[in-house]
Design a protein around this ligand. Structure first.
Ligand code: AAM
Length: 359
């Protein structure tokens, strides 16, 4: 049920037969998604999605919406998977708000009130250096001895792609998304607009050499989550606490940020990454091809057996709907390392599905 890549046995042992991992999920909205259809999340619920995702994970129901979020093809949010694991393993979870437009109606840590800005204008993060420092402070104070770190950031595959492109990685045809038909050309043109704005500002002083720093790139085309999660990882590794990054391309973005500002963080065998089979095997993407360019990180891929589901919206994950998010892939990996099977997660979601999505 877990495919393992890159000398992953040592790292994963820390997450096996333990039951005391903390799930933390950083959420943000991105202003660009209001005007440009880059996200696979359903436009009708996009503002509510990060809040409603974490309400579902934490409480077992969404409050900010009458049902848990859905994608553009009306399929259930991946938060359904994370909720199943949190409930079945009775795990603690915490929400970190990094600028969700709608605030969750559950307790959360406030990292940044304002949403990620418009990356089409080169205004993604107001002050990424400050956000990384805030992330480090959160990481210094989180109570846990192992962490699974996720995100709910609609539009977030574009910001991650933007930061990776800004840093010079070859990712244009490699980064997956929440859309069935990944709008790659649109995403690349938005990123190019944002990076052009950044270079325009950097070259105002003609005597200066043009070299964008990681902070310039994050400020132009990044999202708040990338900075906060990078900071959290750096502090936890300093404290010798292992972190399993929960996601695909977006967590590859977090890794790339860490590599720029604290490369030693990656070499201590305390960070791994886990995602779903739907992202890892996406024919329109190549996550492994991205990771290979960043670092040989222990990598885990969870399978779900969704082709056998009685619910059409779950079967649709196999043909490109939703795919991943809200920690789903890593939470399933953790579940499988601690005695659960794919059918346990599937049965749980099938049991609650009609209650969650009644209307
Ligand atoms: C999070 N909640 C979701 C969802 N995600 N609910 C429904 N569908 C999803 N895909 P994109 O860049 O296409 O917007 O994909 C990233 C988003 O999709 C993130 O919010 C991620 O957690 C997931």
């Amino acid at each position: 049920n877990i495919l393992k890549v890159n000398n992953s046995e040592n790292f994963v042992e820390k997450f096996t037969n333990t039951k005391n991992a903390l799930f933390a999920c950083t959420i943000s909205s991105i202003e660009t998604t209001k005007t440009i259809p880059i996200s696979g999340v359903n436009a009708k619920v996009i503002d509510y999605t990060p809040a409603a995702d974490m309400e579902l994970v934490t409480l077992g129901k969404s409050i900010s919406l009458s049902h848990p979020p859905i994608d553009a093809t009306n399929c259930p949010s991946p938060a359904t998977i994370t909720r199943a694991v949190v409930d079945l393993l009775n795990m603690p979870c915490i929400t970190i708000d990094a600028g969700s437009n709608v605030k969750p109606k559950i307790p959360y840590i406030l990292a940044e009130k304002e949403p990620t800005g418009d990356i089409n204008l080169g205004k993604g993060i107001k002050n990424s250096k400050l956000l990384i420092e805030r992330g480090k402070l959160i990481g210094k104070n989180l109570t846990c001895d192992k962490l699974i770190l996720g995100e709910s950031v609609p539009g977030g595959t574009t910001t991650a792609m933007g930061v990776l492109i800004g840093l010079g990685y070859d990712v244009k045809d490699k980064i997956s998304s929440g859309s069935v038909a990944n709008p790659k050309d649109l995403k690349v043109s938005v990123i190019q607009n944002g990076l052009n704005m950044m270079y325009g500002t950097l070259t105002e002083d003609k005597n200066k050499e043009i070299k964008a720093s990681i902070y310039d790139i994050l400020n132009a085309v990044g999202d708040n989550m990338l900075a906060i999660n990078a900071g959290i990882c750096i502090s936890l590794v300093e404290r010798n606490i292992p972190v399993l990054l929960a996601g695909g391309g977006q967590m590859a973005g977090v890794l790339a940020v860490i590599k720029e500002i604290s490369p030693e963080t990656l070499t201590k065998e305390l960070i791994g990454i886990s995602t779903t089979e739907f992202v890892y095997n996406d024919h329109n993407a190549d996550l492994q091809g991205i990771l290979n360019q960043i670092y040989a990180i222990p990598t885990y891929i969870s399978t779900f057996g969704y082709e056998n589901s009685s619910i059409e919206g779950l079967r649709a994950y196999c043909s490109g709907s939703v795919k991943e998010g809200v920690g789903a892939g890593a939470m399933a990996t953790y579940a499988y390392l601690n005695g659960l099977k794919p059918e346990d997660i599937r049965n749980y979601i099938e049991k609650y599905y009609y209650e969650w999505y009644k209307e």
